[in-house]
Design a protein around this ligand. Structure first.
Ligand SMILES: Nc1ncnc2c1ncn2[C@@H]1O[C@H](COP(=O)(O)OP(=O)(O)OP(=O)(O)O)[C@@H](O)[C@H]1O
Length: 374
């Protein structure tokens, strides 16, 4: 088979990719460019842990797909190698209660999961704190996507327990990194006063990448993931331009992978602009599909109800929702609020002539797109 990428078709056992794994979500890139100052702030806060002291807390904020999780993973990778330091990253989209957060920490420390029920929070907490003191270890916890703890009203309790662990267990040293991509959420303001008084974090802000930065970062990814010559500079520029519309790097990475697969489907050795165009709609929705994936069955049922019905008034929507789930109105209102905060639905008050106000609900995205992604 010819080596020239201009010529010939891809054989069945050939791939346009050198390593497709570099486009997967759990891949931690080797090079991490354009985030030097943010990494400095994080290092500054966490450095005391290496000396056996309690680290400073850090608050990491920025829009989706700007490298916040990756920065934490990189630093935790380095810190975790130091003796006397234990790092745990908790994905609060999955573990969104104080109990679940401490279960994850317990698991990281003891190497097995605590029982899902039958053990009180206090017991779980005491075992974690006792072990830290016994082993003289500093614990650094990252609460990634911490906004989900706020949506469930669990943030203050979880942070309170972490930040005041040393009061009940002298010698316990815990530092917290909170990571939020919800820019409308004022993390400090939303915490109870008792937590605010002990949580005075250093701040690291992750702005959106601009098109030139996106191009730099995606070129590294192309070099690592594609065979030489498979993606030309022109195609890469198309991808960077689409990615810059939202500034979410995940769109660009997903777009590269999908365009590569599309080119393979044509048995082509090279990704063309037409491949990018063919898959760009799906890649643009990656953020939406990620948020939908993180929903519970009942939350998803409400999104489905809204996609399927013309009803707008909250009371009318509830009737269909209740038929589907059997849940009460209080829980329904909590779910409405969470989906509103997540930007999946819009909940507004409208005044009814002389009859007070009524809440109306609508999807924040096109119903067909939502149904496709659910
Ligand atoms: N500077 C960078 N260099 C290389 N890859 C990067 C860089 N910044 C982000 N990425 C990649 O972009 C994707 C999204 O990054 P990451 O998950 O860290 O974003 P995030 O800000 O935590 O997003 P979210 O708030 O939605 O959780 C990942 O695949 C990551 O590898």
């Amino acid at each position: 088979m010819a080596e020239d990428p201009e010529e010939g078709m891809l054989a069945w056992d050939e791939s346009i990719f050198r390593d497709e794994h570099v486009f997967e979500i759990d891949y931690v890139p080797e090079a991490f460019r354009h985030r030097e100052s943010q990494l400095e702030t994080l290092k500054y806060g966490l450095r005391p842990a290496v000396r056996g002291s309690r680290p400073l807390n850090v608050m990491v904020r920025g829009p989706p797909g700007t490298g916040k999780t990756t920065a934490v993973q990189k630093l935790f990778g380095e810190l975790g190698g130091q003796t006397g330091v234990r790092t745990v990253r908790v994905n609060c989209q999955v573990d969104s209660t104080r109990y679940a957060v401490f279960s994850r920490i317990f698991e990281a420390i003891f190497d097995y999961e605590p029982p899902a029920s039958g053990i009180s929070f206090k017991k779980l907490f005491n075992q974690v704190a006792d072990r830290l003191v016994e082993e003289d270890e500093v614990l650094v916890v990252a609460l990634d996507d911490v906004n989900y703890l706020f949506y469930e009203n669990e943030a203050s309790d979880a942070l309170y327990s972490l930040l005041r662990a040393h009061e009940a267990h002298p010698g316990a040293k815990v530092g917290v990194v909170v990571v939020s991509s919800d820019l409308d959420l004022d993390v400090i303001e939303e915490l109870d006063g008792r937590v605010q008084s002990v949580f005075r974090p250093e701040e690291a802000y992750f702005p959106k990448y601009d098109q030139t930065e996106i191009l730099d970062i995606l070129s590294d990814r192309v070099r690592a993931g594609f065979r030489e010559g498979a993606v030309t500079e022109d195609v890469l520029e198309d991808v960077a331009e689409i990615t810059a519309e939202t500034g979410d790097l995940r769109v660009g990475i997903d777009l590269l992978r999908r365009a590569g697969l599309h080119a393979e489907m044509r048995a082509s050795r090279r990704v063309e602009s037409e491949d990018v165009e063919a898959v760009s709609e799906e890649a643009r929705h990656i953020h939406l599909s990620r948020r939908l994936r993180g929903l519970s069955d009942t939350e998803r049922a409400l999104v489905e109800t809204l996609a399927d019905t013309d009803a707008k008034r909250a009371g009318d929507v509830y009737e269909t929702f209740e038929d589907r789930t059997g849940l009460g109105y209080t829980r329904y209102t909590e779910i409405v609020n969470k989906l509103d905060q997540l930007g999946l639905i819009e909940a507004n008050y409208e005044s009814l002539d002389g009859r007070g106000r009524s809440r109306t609900l609508s999807l924040a995205h096109d119903a067909d797109v939502i149904r496709d992604q659910l």
